[in-house]
Design a protein around this ligand. Structure first.
Ligand code: PSU
Ligand code: MN
Length: 335
């Protein structure tokens, strides 16, 4: 147990410090601290189920107001299933774990005026006292720091198509290689190179398990043509995997890939066409680097007349349900 409670005890002191200071401003002595909401901090120290959530999906992944509605619904699903949600973001230079409604709203309205913050960007956003929406890599970093072993999102980044030339490989994959947090996602989008993404995860030593299927899912669709290296069939199975990873001190992460519920899986050919066109536009407009993923998400949604957004929302909610159950099963194992 102790690793979680040690960590949370350590961060507790910073929490009480920031709660004495309602502005949440970081003073000279508190520089670099993480602000944990009192609900999240209490749950961590009691060993109750907590699930981390990222915020780039809110700022850059979906338009307003669907982003806010989805963020709230995801939190409600988690609570209903016995887990405390902990959305991560950097607000006015302070890394926050657990956002209140007002903070969620602020982030949703700011949208892509908030800085997309991957691991490499964290120090810069904090130093400049900016607002940052954390990607999977940055969210994993903070979740691990405060002792949250389970993290739910929609889709993770991966090896981009032509990544063998551009070297555009999402830092989500290297973070999974170095940070012991289990990420629940619907696999990776076919805007990416899925076989190479799986190869790279293997190189990074990441345990990848598909949930109730043998195939690695492709976000909008249940199948990708690539086989998943392993499989789990219940939240308890997934929890055992996470527990073993923690007990062994492997130090690397786990990817649990949950296929989109079949009634919501988007028409493959419609999405495929949109993806092809969006990829071509990105090439023509020379949109590269960290702007590529948000551009493709937005264009695919426009080109499918909102169909991709509806699928996206449905799969995120399903991941929230599965993730909450995994966190509950894990908390039972670790008492
Ligand atoms: N894939 C999605 N939705 C998203 C993202 C990816 O289907 O919102 C976001 C996540 O925050 C992920 C990030 O961590 O994009 C990856 O960006 P990049 O490819 O620049 O590493
Ligand atoms: Mn990239």
């Amino acid at each position: 147990l102790s690793r979680i409670s040690n960590l949370s005890r350590h961060f507790h002191s910073s929490d009480s410090k920031t709660s004495d200071n309602p502005q949440g401003a970081i003073d000279a002595s508190g520089r670099g601290r993480i602000k944990i909401s009192s609900e999240v901090s209490a749950a961590i120290s009691r060993g109750l189920p907590v699930v981390a959530l990222e915020s780039t999906i809110i700022s850059h992944g979906m338009p307003y107001p669907q982003n806010l509605e989805t963020a709230k619904e995801v939190e409600a699903i988690m609570r209903k299933n016995g887990a405390v949600p902990a959305t991560v973001a950097i607000l006015d230079g302070t890394p926050c774990v657990g956002l209140n409604e007002e903070e969620l709203e602020r982030l949703s309205i700011l949208g892509n005026r908030v800085q997309k913050t991957a691991r490499r960007d964290i120090a810069q956003v904090v130093a400049s006292r900016g607002n940052g929406a954390t990607t999977v890599s940055a969210t994993m970093f903070f979740a691990s720091k405060v002792g949250i072993p389970v993290f739910v999102t929609g889709g993770i980044g991966g090896v981009h198509r032509h990544g063998e030339q551009t070297m555009d490989i999402s830092s989500d994959l290297t973070e999974l290689g170095r940070t012991p947090v289990a990420v629940i996602s619907a696999g990776v989008k076919s805007i990416l190179d899925i076989p190479r993404t799986l190869e790279y995860l293997e190189t990074q030593g990441v345990c990848v398990a598909a949930y109730r299927t043998n195939e690695f899912p492709a976000f909008f669709t249940e199948t990708s043509g690539s086989k998943a290296p392993s499989r789990v069939d219940t939240p308890e199975d997934a929890a055992k995997l996470i527990d073993a990873n923690m007990n062994l001190g492997l130090g690397s992460g786990i990817l649990i890939a949950v296929p989109i519920p079949n009634e919501h899986s988007a028409s493959g050919s419609l999405i495929d066409k949109a993806i092809q066109r969006a990829l071509q536009e990105a090439r023509e407009k020379n949109i590269v680097g960290n702007a590529e993923t948000p551009f493709l998400l937005k264009r695919v949604n426009e080109l499918t007349g909102g169909a991709s957004l509806a699928s996206n929302i449905a799969l995120v909610k399903n991941n929230a349900l599965v993730g909450a159950r995994i966190a509950v099963a894990l908390a039972k194992l670790r008492v």
